[in-house]
Structures are given as structure tokens and as C-alpha cells.
Design a protein around this ligand. Structure first.
Ligand SMILES: Nc1ncnc2c1ncn2[C@@H]1O[C@H](COP(=O)(O)OP(=O)(O)O)[C@@H](O)[C@H]1O
Ligand SMILES: [Mg+2]
Length: 218
């Protein structure tokens, strides 16, 4: 921790930055310390809440993610979605932190992103624009009771779903997927943060009112 910022402006900005970093580190450490069997059992319950939700049942095109470490794992919901005839997509990370959603089905071979080590579909898989998705299962490091999200710190979901902030866009629905102990008291949102519409954990579903950026009317 650095003490005594040189400018008054820094004094306003720095604690917030520090808070986010510190919170992220604390939450990631807590998740890493979970017993993997308990994490898997929690994911099982979380998947069951998700697949019974109207948001899941009504969606035709669903994007998910591949869980790494003790992250809540939505694979069971993705497999069921495929069995129900829905189209399932996984993100591929492209330059400039762009996400492309590539179609996936159970059994498809995934390749680890060279730098980040996150498994993703092969380059040839058909892709869809983010705007065409109905539901996105969003990984997260932390969330709060208002649907604010703390991610891994890359701003990937903020950037790629920033279009959701403009009225009257209401799709895709952004569903955080997490362990219940990833809840935080408050995550003060930054101007670029894209809020979640709901968060699913092993304790159930929390839904949040849909929010848009304010528009200038003329
Ligand atoms: N829509 C966007 N356009 C440009 N940069 C963005 C956008 N959204 C987020 N960022 C940048 O991404 C970085 C990480 O954002 P942050 O919200 O802290 O990460 P995360 O959401 O992964 O927790 C920030 O420095 C922010 O400036
Ligand atoms: Mg963010």
C-alpha cells in the first residue's frame, strides 16, 4: 500500500482501486480454500436452480463458461440446454479483450487460451454475435445484493455487454453464477461496470431490476 498520494484527485481514486483489488484477492483466496467436493456439491444445486428458472427455460441461445479451479461450474446446465435443443456457446477471447461466442456441444474438444490458460472452443467453431444471445451465464469473483459484479479484473463482460446498458436493450439476460459465499457487502459500481440481471447460487436466485444508462432526450 502506498501512503500519501501527491494530488487530491489521487486521494479520491486510489482507495477505490485498492478496495477492488483487495476484495478480489480476498474472494479468490476464499474460493481457492473451498473443499473441491463441497464446491462441486454446491454447483450441482446451483445448476438445478438455474435450469428450473424461466430465464433458462425460455432461452434458445445460451452462453456459458468453462469453470476453472473452484469456480461455480455451469456445465450441467449447458449439457441440459443442449439436450433440450437449445444452442450453447462458450466465449473465445480475442484481441483487445473482445469475446466471441462459439457454438459448443458436449464432447467437443476445447483448447487452452495460450496466455490465459482458459479452455475455449476451437477457432473453426461457428460464432454468434453477443446481441443474438438470450441468456449469458456469467462467471464472477464477487457480487453484491444489488447485482453489482466483480470479475477477474479484465473488464471482459463489462466491455462485451456494454450495449445492454443502452435503453431499450433487455437481451441477453446476464445471469451471474456463483457460490453463495462470493456475496460482498457492497461493490461500488464503476461507470463502465455492466450490472447483472440475476445471480444464481446454491441458496437460490436473486433477481435485480433491469437498469439502463440515463439517456439524453435531445
Ligand atoms: N466498456 C469498456 N470500454 C473500455 N474499457 C473498459 C470497459 N469496461 C471495462 N473496461 C476496463 O476494464 C478494466 C477492468 O474493469 P473492472 O470492472 O475492474 O474488471 P472486472 O469487471 O473484470 O472486475 C478497467 O480498467 C476498465 O477501464
Ligand atoms: Mg467490472
Amino acid at each position: 500500500m502506498t501512503i500519501g498520494p501527491a494530488h487530491a484527485e489521487d486521494a479520491l481514486i486510489e482507495p477505490q482501486e485498492d478496495n477492488r483489488k483487495a476484495l478480489r484477492a480476498r474472494l479468490r483466496a476464499a474460493r481457492a480454500a473451498l473443499d473441491p467436493n463441497q464446491a462441486a456439491a454446491a454447483s450441482h444445486v446451483t445448476n438445478s436452480y438455474l435450469v428450473h428458472s424461466a430465464e433458462f427455460l425460455q432461452a434458445h441461445r445460451i452462453a456459458g463458461y468453462v469453470a476453472v479451479g473452484n469456480e461455480a461450474d455451469p456445465e450441467a446446465a449447458l449439457v441440459l440446454a443442449h439436450e433440450l435443443g437449445k444452442s450453447v456457446y462458450l466465449p473465445r477471447i480475442r484481441p483487445e479483450r473482445r469475446l466471441v461466442f462459439a457454438q459448443w456441444q458436449p464432447g467437443d474438444t476445447l483448447h487452452k487460451h495460450t496466455r490465459l490458460g482458459i479452455p475455449e472452443p476451437a477457432a473453426g467453431a461457428p460464432t454468434i454475435r453477443a446481441e443474438q444471445l438470450d441468456l449469458v451465464i456469467v462467471p464472477l469473483v464477487g457480487f453484491d445484493a444489488e447485482g453489482h459484479r466483480l470479475g477477474m479484473g479484465g473488464g471482459f463482460y463489462d466491455r462485451n455487454f456494454a450495449f445492454r446498458q443502452a435503453p431499450p436493450v433487455t437481451r441477453p439476460i446476464l445471469a451471474g453464477f456463483a457460490h453463495a459465499n462470493q456475496i460482498c457487502q457492497t461493490i461500488p459500481p464503476e461507470p463502465w461496470d455492466t450490472p447483472l440481471d440475476l445471480v444464481v447460487t446454491e441458496q437460490g436466485i436473486r433477481r435485480f431490476p433491469m437498469r439502463h444508462n440515463e439517456t439524453s432526450t435531445d
